[in-house]
Design a protein. Structure first.
Length: 335
């Protein structure tokens, strides 16, 4: 029974009257007029009820609005999803080493094997200078810094392809995913830094003079710059690979080649002066050199070149955020 003031209409009565439409023509028009009046009353009741419901205040926990411009980054919203960031960090760490025998020990095995190979080939056969430092310590210090940058770049470069299933079903700030990669890669960095300290203690006890200096205090800032640089390159590649899948294959060997033009297995001072400018056009090179200088005293700490790297990183992040936000709006149509 629907009621609205003096109006009363039961559905059974309404359909009973509809069944009488086969009555003689003399009564048909009168019944049709009655039904039209009752339908009008019913619609009025429904509209009145709907307007009453919609006028009640609505309090939402979350309001999802479209991005108004390509530089729209809601840091407050990202902070509100910090628990999700930590869940993604745990997911990345567990999924990477699930059903493996050695698990996180690979964080140690990989740099140790790489260091031994570099020592054999570049120090033993090629006789490349390590600026008076033990080759193992020289190579390992560069590998630690480079590995963190490469992990950030490779991990964030597949953001849209890896998380397409989640992005298409659940809303959350999309930058949460690449940020979680940056944080999860810090686990690897932390373990390898401990390994580096062990090597430093060993060679110090063996009689080598490790030139620790005050520039070691800049190591956290160098790590942040490496993380942001990897994030910038990563989100640019993640935006491009939604349409051009070939870039994923290019990135694999591109990162490997990039390592050899970065002063990791050789000091930048060994490069002829007229070609050294090309080495430092690489924004990672000043960071790796400064990292090695702060840790073992090899390399160089150049404020001017570090400033270039910082400016390059900020410009890259600016471009990356624009491309990421633009792709975020329509990537489900192409993935």
């Amino acid at each position: 029974m629907l009621t609205n003031g003096a109006c009363s209409l039961s559905y059974s009565t309404f359909y009973a009257q509809l069944s009488t439409l086969n009555s003689p023509r003399s009564t048909l028009y009168a019944q049709r007029s009655t039904l039209n009046a009752q339908l009008s009353t019913l619609f009025t009741f429904v509209l009145t009820s709907t307007s009453t419901l919609t006028t009640e205040p609505e309090n939402w926990d979350l309001v999802i609005r479209p991005k108004r411009h390509l530089l729209d980054i809601n840091l407050k919203e990202i902070w509100a999803y910090r628990d999700l960031v930590m869940l993604f960090v745990r997911r990345d760490f567990v999924a990477k080493y699930k059903q493996t025998i050695l698990g996180p020990l690979w964080f140690i095995i990989n740099p140790v094997i790489s260091t031994m190979m570099y020592t054999l080939v570049f120090a033993g056969i090629a006789r490349i200078s390590t600026e008076g430092m033990p080759p193992q310590l020289f190579y390992l210090s560069g590998i630690v810094a480079w590995s963190y940058f490469a992990a950030c770049l490779n991990g964030t470069s597949s953001t849209f392809l890896t998380n397409a299933g989640i992005f298409g079903k659940v809303y959350f700030p999309r930058l949460v995913s690449p940020i979680s990669v940056i944080i999860s890669s810090m686990v690897q960095l932390g373990i390898q830094l401990v390994l580096l300290v062990v090597f430093m203690i060993y060679y110090t006890l063996s009689g080598y003079h490790i030139l620790l200096n005050s520039h070691i205090l800049f190591i956290p800032l160098l790590i942040i710059n490496l993380a942001l640089l990897g994030l910038g390159f990563g989100i640019i590649f993640s935006a491009l690979t939604t349409k051009y899948r070939d870039l994923s294959n290019f990135l694999v060997f591109g990162v490997q080649l990039w390592m050899y033009i970065t002063p990791i297995i050789y000091p930048a001072s060994s490069v002829p002066e007229k070609y050294r400018i090309f080495v430092y056009l690489n924004p990672v090179a000043p960071l790796v050199e400064a990292f090695k200088y702060g840790v073992i005293g090899a390399g160089e700490f150049s404020p001017g070149r570090l400033l270039y790297s910082v400016i390059f990183t900020l410009i890259l992040l600016f471009i990356g955020v624009i491309m990421f936000n633009r792709t975020e709006q329509n990537f489900m149509d192409t993935v």
